[in-house]
Design a protein around this ligand. Sequence first.
Ligand code: SF4
Length: 377
Amino acid sequence: MQNLEPGMPQPLNFYSFTLEGLEKFLKQYGKEKFRAQQIFKWVYEQRVTDFDQMLNLSKDLRAELKNLITFNLPPIVKHLVSVDGTQKFLFDVRDGNSIEAVVIPSDDRLTLCVSSEIGCNMACQFCFTGKQKLKRRLDTYEIVGQFMQVQDILNKSGLKLSNIVFMGMGEPLDNCEAVFGAIDVIHSPWGVNLSRKKITVSTSGLIPEMWRVADAKVRLAVSLNGYNDEVRSLVMPINKKYPLADLLEECKSYYRATGDKITMEYVLLKGVTDQLDHAKQLVKLLRDVPCKINLIPFNEHPGSGFERPSDETVQAFHTECMRLGAQVLLRRTMGRDIYAACGQLTTKVNRPETMDISNSKIGGNNARSFSSGQPGL
Ligand code: SF4
């Protein structure tokens, strides 16, 4: 959240404000508290972001607020559409940096995967973002902004985002203040008004901050990717600091607090995590953790040292987990041709925009590219 002290550099960005925060801010300038509610209605219900059009505010107040508050959002500089309907949006977040957000369609939902940081310090070995050191943590408005910018574009086609997952670039629990500030805005009735059950925070396992996910009463996903400490430490260095036993205990605490099962993300890496014996060890490891397992076949990216298992191996792993009684889902790879799939996001456009997946089961490479503002959704 933003510093609300008068005298600080102005203007502030509206999309970082909570209702309470804006009320306090206006009070410091001698304005009535209820004005905050009026402004929130204009912005999140009417999508009016020009004070001159907020006609229930006095002319003088509108003129004053224009100098105090801005509605600027990171511009979309690239929009790619995959053959499977996945859409990737590239945002300019200043200083030559960009972040990516991805819209993933499925039968009954339209999910937005947002970024929380530019780069990431967690260095997960299967992840393209993890190869790019943390440059900056995003502000609340830059996270809310990804949602609002994409929703504004989808509005033109009568579509509505139904879910949001914090699984894009960055470790969300490494940027708690901005992430949970954004969740407050996205969940609250005065903001976007999305149910808590439609919001998921994914972590690589930053145990000291995981209580916050339960506290916010949103869904928890854990990037597991290993069936024992040795393998997990190889794939995810954070495991050396926060080993599996502690991580799984924390998951159980989350379940006790919320009653919600945890989603365990498990990337299938050829020869590393994809063997039948690995499936056995994985199911055994999670035996007493209330969870569902999400299997994700590895998605290639330039310079990755891992390989994607064959479809047959993936299928066999899935079948074995089910045979052993696990609740397990094989995630259909989405957006791979536009580098929008899990683990493929980057802070720079330093690779081809699209990848030829013509031999893949998800279809040929007919990905489309749009500049900002163009329809095509
Ligand atoms: S998987 Fe997530 S936490 Fe791990 S390096 Fe990539 S962005 Fe960071």
